[in-house]
Write a protein of this length. Structure first.
Lengths: 311, 191
């Protein structure tokens, strides 16, 4: 017997709750220290398991369990005993339950027949001639089951709440317009925050007045960052186009002649985003020496140096 | 198949209270024994055992009468014990509970050497991983075969055998470290 066979024999003895007793088994144990260790493990447990098994677990759960069953009033509890000792009937099985449900559904459908239940069809113009059809189950395109219980052609019925629905749709459109307004305003704020209102080079660009001592830094920025400016411009155009035409965002500006979008001071330079050329021209007339940079499209940006601005 | 068990179950399903009492009386040792081995706390074991019986009665109609009842009972018991252990591990053990648990562990009569072996083995069992421990308890205390244990624990029979042998090996190692080898040394000289 080799070690593999010894270990297999030992395992089989454990699983069958027996003690190996063959001569070759004993002979191998005497000559193999590794297998002797396995054998000692076997003997250790052989000694300690019986007293561990004999330890009794005295307990009386009968009264507790029965009392708890009385407390529970669920119909699913089998054999629950009432306070008066009357035992309710055992619950039905799962199959019987489904059979009851199916029978109840069939009875309900039959009971609905006298009431002439004509359900609205899925398509308003589906005036099919169903004369002579009684109690027919019609499967719609959507797969739902409609039961036609009345004779004649089914009519499309306008639901009583139609006007309410129209009002709801109008309110939804108004809400959507408000959402657009909010989005456009947020976009303008974002553009302002990053200070990347860069112009494209157009013939209309007006350079600063000769007597100005401020450096021509805007031209340098614009020259290097034209692609970003075009992307921003396109995004703002899209948002502004989506805004309803009669929307006038309030900017909180004190100037009565100004009806413009939010403005900001960036590096000491006032930047105003205006939606229309008319406003742009008004600003130009009121603020001499302003640097006017026109973006492609409907958006105009007036960048005014504070010391040149007329209050 | 035990006809007595089948008849008892049918009586319970009809709602006969004496049958219900007899059912609990017959299997409470089996159920509570596994609970107390797994949970190591008597009160918890009583609560879980009670819950096991309620669940058993709630689902007694689902028991396949062609199969033995004991493995089915122990399956439910093992699941409830596992749930209780997981719940206990998620909760912080209050100090008074820890004291109770320690008291339960030390409440054995130490004047009897045989009981000492039992306590040592139980302490060693507590150190095993849960599936090894369950397998060992079902095999030795409930005296179930590997095939029945595999059905209860939902594992292949080969896995159960592997767990059983590993559990034995770890228990023996622990007991040797505890110095119990000298107590059984005389047995090594039997052969």
């Amino acid at each position: 017997m080799n070690c593999t066979e010894f270990e297999r024999t030992l395992h089989e003895a454990v699983e069958s709750r027996q003690t190996p007793d063959s001569m070759e088994f004993r002979s191998h144990v005497e000559h193999c220290s590794a297998c002797l260790a396995l054998w000692s493990d076997f003997l250790i447990l052989d000694q300690v398991v019986p007293p561990w098994k004999r330890r009794t677990n005295d307990v009386d759960l009968v009264d507790r369990v029965v009392a708890q069953m009385r407390v529970q009033t669920s119909a699913d509890l089998v054999g629950s005993v009432g306070a008066d000792g009357v035992v309710p009937q055992p619950r039905i099985g799962v199959r019987q339950r489904w059979a009851v449900v199916a029978i109840a559904a069939a009875v309900l459908l039959l009971l609905l027949r006298p009431f002439g239940l004509g359900l609205q069809t899925s398509t308003p113009n589906s005036e099919r001639d169903l004369s002579g059809v009684r109690d027919a189950a019609v499967r719609t395109d959507a797969g739902s089951l409609l039961v036609v219980v009345a004779d004649g052609v089914p009519k499309f019925e306008t639901r009583a709440g139609g006007q309410d629905e129209i009002r709801e749709v109008d309110a939804f459109i108004e809400d959507a317009g408000s959402v657009y307004m909010g989005l456009a305003r947020e976009a303008a704020d974002t553009v302002r925050d990053v200070a990347f209102l860069f112009p494209t080079f157009e013939e209309q660009r007006v350079s600063v007045e000769p007597e100005s001592t401020l450096p021509n830094w805007l031209d340098d920025f614009g020259e290097n960052l034209q692609p970003i400016g075009r992307d921003v411009e396109n995004a703002i155009e899209f948002l502004l186009d989506a805004v309803p035409g009669d929307s006038h965002p309030k900017t909180g500006q004190t100037g009565s002649s100004r009806n413009s979008w939010p403005m900001a001071f960036i590096h000491g330079v006032e930047i105003t985003v205006m939606p229309r050329m008319a406003d742009h021209r008004r600003v130009m007339r009121g603020q001499g020496g302003a640097r006017n940079l026109q973006l492609r499209g409907t958006l105009c940006v007036a960048i005014t140096q504070p010391e040149q601005r007329s209050c | 198949m035990d006809d007595n068990e089948v008849e008892l179950v049918r009586s319970c399903l009809s709602g006969d209270e004496p049958s219900l009492r007899e059912f609990v009386q017959r299997f409470q040792g089996l159920v509570f024994g596994l609970c107390v081995r797994m949970l190591r706390h008597r009160e918890d074991a009583e609560d879980v055992a009670q819950e096991v019986f309620l669940r058993v009665f709630r689902n007694l109609d689902r028991w396949d009468q062609q199969r033995p009842l004991k493995p089915w009972l122990l399956t439910i018991t093992g699941n409830r014990c596992r749930t209780a252990l997981e719940k206990r591990s998620r909760q912080r053990m209050p100090p008074e509970f820890a004291a109770d648990l320690a008291s339960d562990l030390a409440s054995e009569n130490r004047s009897n050497d045989a009981i000492d072996f039992a306590e040592e083995l139980q302490l060693a069992l507590d150190r095993l991983r849960a599936d090894y421990k369950t397998c060992f308890i079902l095999f030795y205390e409930q005296e179930l075969g590997c095939a029945e244990i595999s059905e209860i624990m939902g594992c292949p029979q080969g896995t159960i055998k592997t767990w059983l042998h590993r559990a034995r090996h770890e228990l023996a190692d622990y007991l040797k470290r505890r110095g119990l080898v000298a107590e059984v040394n005389n047995e090594l000289h039997r052969i």
